[in-house]
Design a protein around this ligand. Structure first.
Ligand SMILES: NC(=O)c1ccc[n+]([C@@H]2O[C@H](COP(=O)([O-])OP(=O)(O)OC[C@H]3O[C@@H](n4cnc5c(N)ncnc54)[C@H](OP(=O)(O)O)[C@@H]3O)[C@@H](O)[C@H]2O)c1
Length: 350
């Protein structure tokens, strides 16, 4: 008998949906049972409906699975959502109302007061919002979200730094990969040999989501972290991996070596619980003068770690460094899967 928990993927044909399929193939706890997408895809076998863009072939387990419409009558209780944000809001709500646990990648519910926005190493205690969400909305299921992809890596490194030095100001400039725009995404003639200094809504997401993730849960609500964030977001001609130039001001001043050590030594609940997708070290610190670079470093720790380099004093704020993460793995599908593993380990999937 298969002891694995059956799961579904909403938006299974898209960039994030494909990453879910790849990362869940042979997962020790979860088995993909249902795939769903738009009415355009519904009824077709997965390999016919999806424009598969992963390096490995479509896993045999899902190749011939017929796509279902995104209605809450799937044969599973847990759904991972990689739905387009223009449709994710009401679809995810309908699943949660019908009793499903929804792990969402979309922006629609991230800032709802009763919806947890989780990075398991940083704010696992925000899962305490789940009972409130169910009560408020009369839902049998719930929605748990992970952050916008560029917010993910920033909030991961701010976790240990805010705890140790109290962050007061954050300045961040991003260089974001084209896979972050989904498929087919940005036209090649717009992005080749070019930088686009605008990603719709991205700066606002970074400026608020980061403060929610680093906020304190008081048993009833999350109080946003008190620091200010100024983000400038750019799309660059990189396939996978968001790079960020970060400058921080702290309440407690510390030498660069102490800051690097706080990042290097960071470890959280997923590491203590030995969750299957948890990287051994959530933050990797490199001392090479010209790293991290997406071409060489985006796949470190299976794409589940944030990679930090060039940590040095900042003449305007206190410290500055370069940050890199895999936008569709730790920045999306891998983050949702880690959230689901945390939910299981903490008894929320019973
Ligand atoms: N790409 C990233 O790096 C990244 C990172 C973090 C978060 N996100 C978020 O994750 C979500 C998915 O992003 P993506 O890049 O994977 O987008 P994408 O490649 O455009 O895929 C969108 C998915 O939504 C489905 N869909 C579209 N309209 C639908 C409808 N009316 N009903 C049901 N399904 C519908 C599509 O199915 P069809 O194929 O049938 O049209 C497809 O499976 C977005 O909310 C995005 O903001 C993306």
């Amino acid at each position: 008998m298969d002891a694995k928990i059956p799961v579904g993927i909403l938006g299974a044909t898209g960039t994030v949906g494909q990453k879910f399929i790849r990362l869940l193939d042979n997962h020790p706890w979860f088995r993909v049972k249902e795939l769903a997408a738009s009415e355009r895809s519904a009824g077709k076998p997965y390999e016919e409906a999806a424009a598969w863009k992963q390096a490995a072939p479509v896993p045999d387990a899902v190749r011939r699975l017929d796509l279902r419409p995104c209605t809450p009558d799937l044969g599973c209780r847990i759904v991972f959502s990689g739905l387009d944000s223009t449709v994710a809001g009401p679809i995810e709500e309908s699943f949660a109302a019908a009793g499903y646990v929804v792990l969402s990648n979309s922006k629609n519910h991230r800032l709802d007061l009763d919806v947890p926005l989780i990075i398991p190493e940083v704010n696992a205690e925000h899962l305490g919002l789940i009972p409130l969400q169910k009560r408020n909305r009369g839902w049998r299921g719930c929605i748990v979200t992970n952050s916008n992809c560029s917010t993910m890596f920033l909030a991961m490194v701010l976790g240990p730094l805010h705890a140790a030095f109290t962050v007061e100001e954050v300045m961040v400039v991003t260089m974001q990969a084209i896979s972050g725009a989904g498929y087919p995404g940005v036209p090649s003639l717009d992005i080749l040999g070019n930088v686009i200094p605008y990603i719709d809504g991205e700066e606002e997401k970074m400026e608020v989501e980061t403060r929610k993730i680093l906020g304190r849960f008081d048993g009833g609500k999350v109080n946003l972290a008190g620091f200010r964030v100024s983000a400038q977001c750019n799309r660059v001609a990189v396939e996978d991996g968001h790079t960020e130039s970060v400058s921080l001001k702290f309440a407690r001043k510390a030498p660069v070596e102490e800051i690097a050590e706080a990042l290097r030594a960071f470890s959280g609940l997923p590491q203590r619980l030995r969750l299957p997708s948890a990287p051994e070290h959530p933050i990797l610190v490199t001392s090479a003068p010209d790293r991290p670079q997406p071409r060489f470093d985006v796949g470190l720790a299976g794409g589940m770690a944030a990679v930090v380099g060039r940590i040095r004093p900042c003449p305007v704020l206190d410290v500055k460094f370069t940050l890199l993460g895999h936008n569709t793995i730790r920045g999306a599908a891998g983050a949702s899967i880690l959230n689901a593993e945390l939910l299981k380990a903490q008894g929320y999937l019973e």
